[in-house]
Design a protein around this ligand. Structure first.
Ligand SMILES: Cc1ncc(COP(=O)(O)OP(=O)(O)O)c(N)n1
Ligand SMILES: Cc1nc(C(=O)O)sc1CCOP(=O)(O)O
Ligand SMILES: [Mg+2]
Length: 226
């Protein structure tokens, strides 16, 4: 059963990762994902793009990531690959503007799986909302070296415009170039959470990085609940 409030809670720190971000090693990917969970990440996304794993190795990595996420009561998403999300019985699948359409994804995955959609403009966000997206990934917030085809950064101002357009009920995460130094601006602009790769995968301590990001999320939530 999809539950939007639970989803919003779990999206505070959303670690997006594939083996290409972790030395092309599935073992390292799992080790860093576990550290992120220990630091309080509430969601993991398997985004294994341009990596060196074959399909069987990707499935195995996904199975192990899903088990890890469940052990920490976190949600497990798969990026792009709807069939893989179904095979793994993931909690959610994330698709971008160039991926399978939202209607087609819903038809394939049924009613139980969360669907996240990328949006970089107010129009894309409204279209995702009308189409029944469960959450949106808004970006690129800032310049990023983790995605070669990320759009021009829209910054907190762009995210605020999207939040104002979609209203308060649709969970939003900011993504792209988010660090400990700029995450508060993203959250203050109306994001429910921050989706990151390098802020965790390249941190000296991924666990501490996730914990510090989580503190910023908690502080913003506390402030807005007063
Ligand atoms: C949470 C979240 N938001 C946005 C994206 C980006 O998706 P997309 O635009 O399809 O780009 P790729 O990640 O597929 O390169 C995401 N993955 N997660
Ligand atoms: C996966 C992804 N999507 C983006 C978007 O703009 O939709 S930016 C991005 C890369 C995020 O990595 P990092 O936290 O290292 O910048
Ligand atoms: Mg995609």
């Amino acid at each position: 059963m999809r539950d939007r409030e639970k989803l919003r809670q779990k999206l505070g720190v959303y670690f997006v990762v594939g083996s290409q971000d972790c030395g092309y090693s599935a073992e390292m990917t799992l080790a860093i994902a576990e550290q992120a969970l220990q630091g309080g990440a509430g969601s993991l996304q398997l985004r294994d793009k341009g990596s060196r794993l074959n399909q069987a190795e990707k499935v195995q990595l996904g199975q192990e990531m899903k088990k890890l996420a469940a052990a920490y009561h976190a949600l497990f998403f798969v990026n792009d690959d709807v069939d893989l999300a179904i095979t793994l019985d993931a909690d959610g699948v994330h698709v971008g503007q160039e991926d399978m359409s939202l209607d087609a994804v819903r038809e394939r995955v049924g009613e139980a799986m969360y669907i996240g959609v990328s949006a970089g403009t107010v129009e894309e966000a409204l279209e995702a909302q009308r189409g029944g997206a469960d959450c949106i990934g808004v970006g690129a917030m800032y310049a990023t070296s983790s995605k070669a085809d990320a759009g021009e950064p829209i910054g907190p101002v762009g995210l605020k415009q999207i939040r104002e357009a979609v209203g308060g009920s649709l969970p939003i995460v900011g993504i792209g170039g988010i660090t400990l130094g700029n995450a508060s601006a993203v959250l203050s602009a109306g994001a429910d959470g921050v989706a990151v790769i390098s802020a965790i995968s390249r941190a000296v301590s991924p666990e501490s990085a996730a914990r510090e990001l989580n503190k910023l999320v908690e502080n913003t939530r506390h402030f807005h609940s007063r």
